[in-house]
Design a protein around this ligand. Structure first.
Ligand code: NAP
Length: 300
């Protein structure tokens, strides 16, 4: 028989783990299902400076602390991928290993990396989404980072400590990310910032050897030899489960207000997968608390 939990949380990032902490403190049985690694996107952030009270913590340490706190409180955390959710009086959650049932479900599925959609990005070695995971492979070598948000700026800073040279490529002249990070990058002696520039093509046979760049101002094409490209061009929602439940909008986000209540009875949304204005670590954690308390009330 399928194992029962009061609340199942899909996604073990900051929103999901915060929800687990709150639901356990309210005395509910809780299962967190995470398909990759706990912590979500924050686990690959080199340094987190905007989480109140603990400036300068590494993303992985913050993820570990959240995970330990949830587990110490009695939440069960399993590395299993949710394949199907069946709605009903109680909800059935099918993973790659098990089937569970629950009264309330919290979707905290977050976002996944957007890619540039260039030929070769899946097959050429040297194309990465994660500077923290893969940066060490490029020690002493030349790399490029594409994007103009905080991820791109932080990745470029992180890589400039390791690599011989870092070129930051952004399609506009203004950066979406924080000015303080742009200023920090400008002070690095081994960083070139190319604005109004897009990557037209990846060069190389099996491994990346360079990029074909196009200036959006002049249309001019130029080749940039690099050993690695880090794509940091934002994220898109992990939409499949929410869409199958009928809980997603056309863009794949889960429509829910600040109360985290979705259009599906007993299903709550927390974190970056929810329709909202500001997607930050702090707002993800806030959602986790709100969604958990709403789910606890639903359980009765
Ligand atoms: P983001 O803020 O959405 O930025 C994505 C960047 O990629 C934008 O500059 C965008 O250009 C560019 N872009 C998108 N599609 C592109 C394409 N097809 N070709 C070229 N460039 C493209 O994403 P993010 O940097 O991953 O950040 C996501 C969220 O996490 C943000 O809220 C961010 O503040 C937060 N975050 C915070 C920290 C922190 O420590 N505070 C660290 C990392 C992330 P345009 O600007 O022209 O649209």
């Amino acid at each position: 028989m399928a194992e029962y939990f009061d609340i199942i949380i899909v996604g073990g990032g900051p929103a999901g783990l915060t929800a687990a902490i709150y639901a356990r403190r309210a005395g509910k049985t809780v299962l967190v299902l995470e398909k990759a690694s706990v912590g979500g996107q924050i686990a690959v952030s080199p340094r987190v400076d905007n989480f109140p009270g603990i400036p300068g913590i590494s993303g992985i340490e913050l993820a570990e602390r959240l995970y330990t706190q949830a587990e110490d409180l009695g939440a069960r955390v399993e590395l299993e991928e949710v394949l199907e959710i069946r709605d009903g009086a109680s909800k059935t959650v099918v993973t790659d290993y098990n089937t569970y049932t629950c009264t309330a479900l919290i979707l905290a599925t977050g976002m996944r990396h957007r890619s540039l959609g260039l030929a070769g990005e899946d097959t050429l070695s040297g194309v990465s989404f994660c500077a923290v995971c893969d940066g060490a492979f490029y020690k002493g070598r030349d790399v490029a980072v594409c994007g103009g948000g905080n991820t791109a700026l932080q990745d470029a800073l992180f890589l400039s400590d390791l690599c011989r040279h870092v070129t930051l490529i952004h399609r506009r002249s203004g950066f979406r990310g924080d000015p303080i990070l742009v200023e920090a990058l400008k002070k690095r002696g081994n960083v070139t910032i190319l604005t109004d520039t897009v990557v037209e093509a990846l060069l190389g046979e099996n491994a990346l050897t360079g990029l074909l760049l196009r200036s959006t101002a002049t249309g001019e094409l130029a080749e940039l030899p690099v050993d690695g490209l880090f794509q940091a061009v934002g994220q898109q929602p992990e939409a499949v489960l929410a869409q199958a439940l009928g809980a997603a909008d056309n863009a794949g986000f889960v429509p829910a207000g600040e109360d985290c209540v979705t259009t599906v009875s007993g299903v709550f949304a927390a974190g970056d997968c929810r329709t909202k204005e500001i997607r930050q670590l702090t707002t993800a954690c806030a959602d986790g608390a709100v969604a958990a308390l709403a789910a606890c009330r639903y359980c009765g």
